[in-house]
Write a protein that binds this ligand. Sequence first.
Ligand code: GLN
Length: 537
Amino acid sequence: METKYIFVTGGVVSSLGKGIISSSLARLLLSRGYKVTIQKFDPYINIDPGTLNPYEHGECYVTVDGHEADLDLGHYERFTNTPTTRANNVTTGRIYQSVIDKERRGDYLGKTVQIIPHITDEIKRNVKMLGNTGKFDFVITEIGGTVGDIESTPYLEAVRQLRWELGKNSLCVHLTYVPYLKAAKELKTKPTQHSVKLLQQVGIQPDVLVLRTEKDIPIGMRRKVAQFCNVEPDAVIQSIDAPTIYQVPLLMHEQHLDEIVLRKMDITPEGEPDLTAWNAFLHKLSTASEEVNIGLVGKYVQLQDAYKSINESLSQAAVHCGRKLNLTYVNSEKLSEDNAGEHLKDLDGVVIAPGFGQRGIEGKFHAIKWTREHDVPTFGICLGMQCMVIEFARNVLCLEEANSTEMDTKTPHNVIDLMEEQKSISNMGGTMRLGAYECELKPDSRVAEAYGSTRVSERHRHRFEFNGEYRDRFDQGGMRCVGTNPETGLVEVVEIPEKRWFIGTQYHPEYQSTVLHPNPLFISFIKAAVAYREDRK
Ligand code: GLN
């Protein structure tokens, strides 16, 4: 079958959940047996989100091939269970960089380089790149930003051209917002009408409208929207707030979104999507009544999106274990030696978050000391693992001023140090150790038991590493280096075997945890937390 292209645009306001709608549609098409991928176009000038503060756009996600990507790619993977790559996330910066490189090479043969056609052609080339691999029946392209933004204009022009070129092999789903005015007790569709007008002005007629709403939109009102917007009545769908984002595929299917999309692209839908495994997950999610209390110690407590993939991985693993996740954010900046116990004592398990820089770091050490001494299941991820190593060096190996050279360049015990290959790097963008690497696990380790394997591949994003010179001292002192990179010998996993569950990973297992396949290490951690909870009862 020829590759079909579905564009997802958004109007009225941002943060409507285009990523969730794209992912849900992908889930439905996948469950019908189609091969589907989702890509995101971000209208900002940064080459990638790698240099962005999490306060700007939330967590930075990492693909297998080492691309620092928008967090929506995490949703795509969690919903579709399919890895994404660099080609799945493109920014305006990347588009311009590539056009400017071509101009410098002389590829444009003396022509004046312009937004139309050169930038739009580059956008179109990127839209079709995944489709041209022949691997996918559907490529869903999410256009970041909101219709009417100056920044999105070249993308919309590219979509307009592609729709014209691709005809029935393309389709536009437009997501808008229907606000409820409490004082008037009314839902309002005018913003939707305006947003569709804006799209029409740039030459795009949406085929499907998805209306985000907090209240049920009556059929009559949906018909009115259809009439005003030149969209068929059954193709006006509501997306009402759901208790979990993982229910959205079902809500979309109830309104036949998948069938409507297929029909509009001249495909006769056959049978029903097979959502057995998906439904089993949702059933477990909604019926789990016993809780598991997990604390996440980090510095971005005001911003849940900063640790999006960790939250999702914990919740998937909890569901897998038949538990309801009760997640508490613990602000590492507020933790001291004296109050750490107060903050952590009711928790069944503690995650020490990844991160960069000095802020909040001492609090992480206090938290680790407390959970280590009280034998609470503890999971350190990336910087969290590095903090476990530093805390152990200071308080167990008596290397008093041990540190990472990220925090203290003059530390006498650089148990965490800048990686050799990083020493000559001065550019910040895309220069960390990124993407999936193999890791060999000691057969008798808890981490190997968790994975049920001695060889795993997980994704990385860091510049600093465990300093191999200290390896023997740690091993002898009781913190074992149980996971190493088979080619470079870099230490990737440490654990304290005598504790209930005390594991730190230099890699980020949260980037490889999906609804259908929760990451085994998170499952093992939650199991340990549940066991600890039962013990204390
Ligand atoms: N700042 C640490 C490093 O660069 C850890 C990075 C992280 O937690 N992602 O090595």
